[in-house]
Design a protein around this ligand. Structure first.
Ligand SMILES: [Zn+2]
Length: 461
């Protein structure tokens, strides 16, 4: 009897620990070293349009005071990008949660959606020059805020599809935006060797020594150039910037291999299948990248499987991952972190990743804003505690993928985390579950399509 009661108590305690997020975010995490990982900030400086002209007439360093003068302190709501009250609350809570991170990583989309339309709607002067200047200052301002997290530590940024002055998926290689942002990115990297940014003006990409780990590099690639939706509409339209970037990446990986270095890749748009877009195309697989780039990338992953130690991406705004590789090939893991912006109706989130001196990723802890009414952030879950894996690697994610497949209980919990604990936002539903889940585990069109058809009966509306 007694044993059974203890057993019941232990189960209850375990369930409680799992389900109740800790209320306080300030307790320092015990593990070796950690970095902050943000994605899809989509900062909207125009949320209070009465400030637009003042912002346009001031330097980025004066913007914080201008935002503070706004009569509205209301946080962004679901369906809106990140306004100043939301962004500043995230920056402050990150600084309190992890007072001394090793570095900050941002996997793209710093800028708000539909920036030009909103700017034209509220700025008195809104010609191209005025807009380009405003975009540069917004990027600089986001950088200044990211620096507040840990002033002495580097901030590594990769570009997203909205990070351009030409428009969504329209970054101009060697154009004004890339030239304007080079000093901003260099300043954030705290990298005295300016040659690390030699690939920036043309590709928006760079390769730097890892801020902490010896014999490791971080290679940030602008995968927007690989996207099926990318157009070089503001440039001369000549050449293939995606192909050039792929060769650049190949060369960087070869250099790392030659000097016995390992590489962490960071980028915005992941390889593989866009499960959400697929649900809108009658279940016909929509790849994120042009198919030829996906195949070239698979070849690089396999050629440099002993060099690429980890990959970090964003873009979908949800809490997801990708198992990447062609059939019969060694697969690799792409981690994906949810967005700060609640525009697709997941709760705003940021992540803390813990890693060892040997380069092993040990855990990732997700924090989220549980209500858009008050700026109270909470811990959502720790990968280790939620799933019982003590390391973040391909083997454990393959196991997790299968468990989501076979256990309804795990499937429900996974789906809850996928939406950053906001299931009402509809980012994953019973109808869309298999389209999204098959995309996590299968990166080629044929494998994805066969995963989908094997679950056809389960996903009938
Ligand atoms: Zn985004």
């Amino acid at each position: 009897m007694e044993n059974r009661r203890i057993q019941a108590y232990v189960i209850l305690l375990a369930v409680t620990l799992l389900l109740v997020p800790s209320e306080v975010v300030s307790a320092p995490l015990p593990r070796e070293q950690q970095f902050i990982w943000l994605s899809d900030i989509h900062f909207d400086p125009l949320a209070d349009p009465t400030l637009t002209d003042k912002l346009a007439g001031a330097e980025a360093s004066q913007w914080q005071a201008i935002f503070a003068s706004s009569s509205s302190a209301k946080l962004s709501q679901f369906g809106e990008d990140t306004n100043w009250p939301l962004f500043s609350s995230a920056i402050e809570v990150i600084g309190r949660t992890v007072p001394n991170p090793s570095f900050v990583m941002v996997t793209g989309d710093l800028l708000v959606h539909h920036f030009r339309e909103h700017f034209n709607g509220s700025a008195s002067v809104h010609d191209d020059a005025a807009f380009e200047d405003f975009v540069r200052k917004t990027t600089e301002f986001v950088g200044l805020q990211l620096k507040r997290i840990a002033a002495s530590k580097p901030v590594l940024v990769s570009l997203g599809n909205n990070d351009a002055d030409c428009g969504d998926y329209l970054l101009q290689p060697d154009g004004k935006f890339l030239h304007d942002t080079q000093p901003i990115v260099a300043d954030l990297l705290k990298e005295p060797d300016s040659s690390v940014l030699s690939g920036w003006p043309e590709y928006g990409s760079y390769s730097v020594p890892h801020p902490v780990l010896k014999s490791y590099r971080i290679v940030a690639i602008n995968t927007v150039l690989f996207s099926a939706r990318f157009r070089n509409a503001c440039g001369n339209g000549q050449g293939d910037p995606g192909e050039k970037l792929m060769s650049w990446l190949d060369a960087e990986l070869a250099k790392a291999k030659k000097s016995h270095e390992k590489v962490w890749l960071m980028y915005h748009i992941p390889p593989g299948i866009d499960g959400f877009a697929t649900t809108r195309h009658n279940g016909e697989a929509v790849p994120f990248w042009k198919v030829s780039y996906g195949e070239n990338f698979d070849r690089l992953l396999s050629r440099y499987h002993d060099v690429i130690a980890a990959s970090f991406a964003g873009h979908t705004h949800t809490d997801d991952f990708r198992l990447v590789g062609s059939p019969g090939q060694r697969r690799s893991l792409v981690l994906m972190t949810p967005a700060v912006s609640p525009v697709v109706k997941q709760n705003p989130a940021f992540r803390v990743v813990q890693f060892g001196r040997n380069g092993v990723l040990m855990d990732q802890v997700t924090y989220y804003l549980s209500s858009l009414e008050t700026p109270e952030w909470k811990q959502e879950y720790s990968f280790d505690r939620a799933w019982g894996f003590h390391q973040i690697n391909i083997k454990n994610f393959e196991k997790l993928y299968l468990r989501i497949d076979t256990s309804p209980e795990i499937r429900d919990r996974w789906s809850l985390f996928y939406s950053v604990s906001h299931p009402a936002g509809g980012s994953i539903t019973q109808q869309s579950f298999w389209a999204l889940h098959c995309a996590s585990g299968h990166s080629t069109i044929s494998e994805y399509q066969s995963c989908l058809s094997s679950h056809k009966a389960d996903s009938a509306p």
